[in-house]
Design a protein around this ligand. Structure first.
Ligand SMILES: Nc1ncnc2c1ncn2[C@@H]1O[C@H](COP(=O)(O)OP(=O)(O)O)[C@@H](O)[C@H]1O
Ligand SMILES: C=C(OP(=O)(O)O)C(=O)O
Length: 764
């Protein structure tokens, strides 16, 4: 059901409906309209419809239920509705202008609040004055809403809130809290010990800064920064109910007990909705530009780093911490990233949603109980308050979303997006800063290894095949997305995988399919409300449906996720123009040129606003996450490839036989056959044809791939169109590369090596 038709139906039934400033559906029900909550409810609460509808409206199902309620209030004869005084969460607060201020009433709040347990879960937080209403107004028990809610997931919860089963359950939850919950501060910043030494191994926390020079320095720098930025104080986590390091089962219970958007599907995975944002928000990703880091980081054209000052960071941090403190409970995970103990980083994730906690439990490296006991202070903290918007009036904010990193504070703040990928990619950005600083190359790549230790890297922008191709039944999986190459070899940054699962099938990708079981998180998928079978072909919520699972759910995962130096470096390009060959063998210079260019496509859904494949140049095949200038990563890659004799390949996982819209996506079976041939060595010395303009060497034969596919011109009906498109792409490469010919990095002006420049398309 499209949003417009939902709106239309509401308008027809209720007499008037509109969308508030924040995209909330506001229903105006005249007293005589006869609107009953059932009407709205019937759209909003069944698992099948409500789940999707709530996504389409960008609202949680609880919020839709609130709308049900309010329409009841307005539609009833409770007297003149009064304006709500209570906080930001009242749905039609922003809709006031459109609804004559008559929608949110104290009476409505009283009703809502009378079901405190439900409301708290529905709204995430209840302001103190609402709590007051809650006790004083239970006599205003809803007249018609009760039976309505009895039909739904939310209703079950509401019904049970007064039943003995519910109290028992609550007891149980509280019981488990008693063990886990703690009121320890999230972090004793700035006094804590070892955090400042940029990825240096953390010893047990030190009590005095003087024993730890980096910490002392950091504290001093922060004090100076605070003074300079006029930051009067640093907000602290004071939530009294911090649920730390819950187990998977506990997180399932929390997720299902607290929110209506979570379901167990038939395979045992937890299906959830990420709300309005179902992909990353790169235009809202900000990094604090401070004295200490400004010369290290990449700024300007092509860079993903939008500069922010520390004061603005602190303002957003304040909002996030205040929001998290206002909640009934928050979830905290203490985790590691980086499988090589020498480069391991301790991270703490503070989140409002149990699903976010489970996601990070899957995606990071899970400490043993002993490691948890000795965890001490984290090196980096994420405050995920994504359910709450950023204050748009804060200078520099351009939307309700902001994803902010402060390298001096070693913190990340998320506001206005619940897409879980922001957290994992935020940590990746952190590693993309910290690791090169320590002489270690960070890579946006998957990685696998043969039984006899031949390692391959699969670079690729999101959605172009890293997870799919690195998950190979014949090889050991080291990781699907983020790695580092140090003098010790390769190590995975993460402890889990985050696979795109649109059109996933058991036959096509059995390992990923089988990994989606108890413990896995399924984001934004559609499933049958009764059987709970997931329909992986359904992209009606988003094309960017995702599954997150611990790496050990892949039967041939290599744990610990480390390996020797790579033999093959595979650059995955998703060519939306359909002119690049399925595979070509690269010289070292070509590897540098293509790595810096990062030509590929953004696939639908991975970023907000991308609805169909969009050609792009994404340096290092992951520009959205890199922190230094791309040439730093490129030169580190070249040096390592030379030192360890690695061969590079450009593999087109995108279109063939025409551009997107005319041609078709390269068959996965063909790409897999190509990868097999790279691994068995049969492509190394095979004869090649030269692709004009790009001077790429495309093998003429490859086991499992029809030879005519290997030269893309054969696939185009209109050969002239092929050559014209190839030339056009060459021109785009050349235009894009201009900014790398002479560039600013490390505070100085540099010029790219001529040999790299000549390895690109030659247009004359
Ligand atoms: N030829 C191909 N090679 C790789 N992936 C393909 C191909 N054709 C279609 N796909 C699909 O593209 C998507 C790639 O996603 P994924 O492997 O998760 O990307 P990444 O890990 O790079 O973000 C999967 O849904 C996969 O089934
Ligand atoms: C999670 C993401 O990346 P990837 O597809 O590479 O996992 C993302 O871009 O949001």
């Amino acid at each position: 059901m499209r949003f417009e038709s939902v709106l239309h139906r509401f308008t027809r039934v209720a007499g008037a409906a509109s969308v508030s400033l924040h995209g909330r559906l506001v229903v105006r029900a005249a007293r005589s309209s006869g609107l009953s909550g059932n009407h709205i409810h019937s759209y909003s609460s069944s698992p099948s419809c409500g789940y999707r509808l709530s996504h389409q409206l960008g609202k949680s199902r609880q919020e839709l239920s609130l709308l049900t309620w309010e329409s009841e209030v307005v539609g009833s004869s409770l007297g003149t509705p009064r304006e709500a005084t209570c906080g930001w969460w009242v749905p039609n607060r922003e809709g006031r202008g459109q609804s004559d201020g008559r929608m949110a009433t104290t009476a409505a709040l009283a009703r809502v609040s009378s079901q405190a347990a439900w409301v708290k879960s529905a709204c995430g937080a209840v302001a103190d004055d609402c709590r007051h209403d809650c006790t004083s107004s239970s006599s205003l028990a809803p007249r018609v809403s009760m039976p309505i809610r009895l039909e739904s997931r939310g209703s079950q919860k509401l019904a049970s809130s007064s039943s003995p089963i519910f109290s028992e359950r609550k007891h149980f939850v509280q019981g488990s809290r008693a063990i886990r919950s703690t009121t320890l501060p999230i972090r004793s910043f700035p006094e804590h010990g070892c955090r400042r030494s940029m990825g240096a191994r953390c010893e047990a926390p030190q009590s005095t800064a003087s024993r730890d020079p980096p910490a002392a320095r950091a504290a001093e720098t922060l004090e100076k920064a605070k003074e300079a930025a006029h930051i009067p104080y640093v907000a602290k986590m004071s939530n009294k109910n911090i649920l730390r390091n819950l187990s998977v089962a506990e997180l399932y219970e929390q997720a299902i007990g607290d929110e209506d958007d979570n379901f167990i599907v038939s395979s045992g995975a937890l299906a959830t909705l990420s709300g309005e944002k179902t992909g990353r928000s790169p235009k809202d990703k900000r990094v604090v530009k401070d004295e200490e880091h400004q010369h290290d980081l990449w700024w300007g054209k092509g860079s993903p780093n939008i500069a922010m000052d520390q004061y603005t960071f602190m303002a957003n941090r304040e909002t996030a911490v205040a929001y998290l403190n206002s909640l009934d409970k928050v979830y905290v995970n203490d985790m590691f990233i980086g499988w090589d103990p020498e480069f391991r980083v301790k991270v703490r994730i503070v989140a409002s949603r149990a699903y976010h906690s489970l996601f990070m439990h899957n995606m990071c490296i899970r400490p043993t109980q002993e490691e948890l006991d000795n965890f001490g202070e984290p090196d980096f903290v994420i405050y995920n308050a994504g359910k709450f918007p950023v204050n748009r009036l804060t200078p520099g904010m351009t939307s309700a979303t902001s994803v902010d990193i402060d390298l001096r504070r070693m913190e990340m703040v998320i506001l206005g997006t619940q897409y879980a990928g922001e957290m994992k990619k935020g940590l990746f950005s952190l590693m993309n800063y910290m690791m090169p600083k320590r002489g270690v190359l960070s890579l946006h790549s998957g990685c696998n290894m043969s039984a006899d230790g031949d390692v391959s890297l699969f670079f690729g922008l999101s959605g172009t095949g890293k997870t799919t191709l690195s998950t190979d039944p014949n090889r050991l999986l080291i990781g699907d997305d983020e790695h580092c190459w140090s003098d010790n070899g390769i190590f995975n940054i993460e402890g889990g995988c985050y696979a795109k699962c649109i059109d996933l099938s058991k036959e096509g990708e059995p390992d990923i399919y089988n990994a989606i079981r108890f413990g896995a998180v399924l984001e934004n998928v559609v499933f049958d409300p009764h059987t709970r079978e997931v329909d992986f072909t359904d992209g009606s919520i988003t094309e960017n449906t995702r599954a997150s699972y611990p790496i050990n759910y892949i039967h041939n995962a290599k744990v610990p996720c480390v390996g020797p130096h790579p033999k093959n470096v595979i650059l995955l390009t998703c060519d939306a123009f359909g002119v690049l060959p399925p595979v070509s063998k690269l010289t070292l210079e070509q590897t540098m040129y293509h790595f810096i260019s990062g030509y590929t496509a953004k696939v639908a859904g991975t970023e907000v606003g991308v609805t169909e494949p969009e050609a792009t140049f994404s340096s290092c095949f992951g520009a959205a996450f890199i922190m230094w200038h791309p040439t730093k990563y490129a030169s580190m890659l070249a040096e390592r490839m030379q030192r360890h004799g690695a061969q590079a390949w450009l593999v087109n996982t995108g279109w063939t036989g025409g551009s997107y819209g005319e041609g078709h996506r390269m068959k996965l079976s063909h790409t897999r056959a190509i990868i097999d041939a790279i691994h068995d060595g049969s492509l190394k010395d095979v004869a090649c044809t030269t692709i004009p303009i790009f001077n790429l060497q495309a093998p003429v034969a490859c086991k499992g791939v029809p030879p005519e596919i290997l030269n893309p011109v054969n696939q185009w009906k209109d050969k002239d169109a092929y050559h014209a498109t190839l030339k056009k792409l060459g021109q785009l490469f050349s235009n894009n590369f201009e900014k790398f010919e002479v560039y600013e990095a490390g505070g100085e002006t540099r010029r790219i090596d001529d040999r790299i420049l000549k390895a690109g398309p030659q247009l004359k």
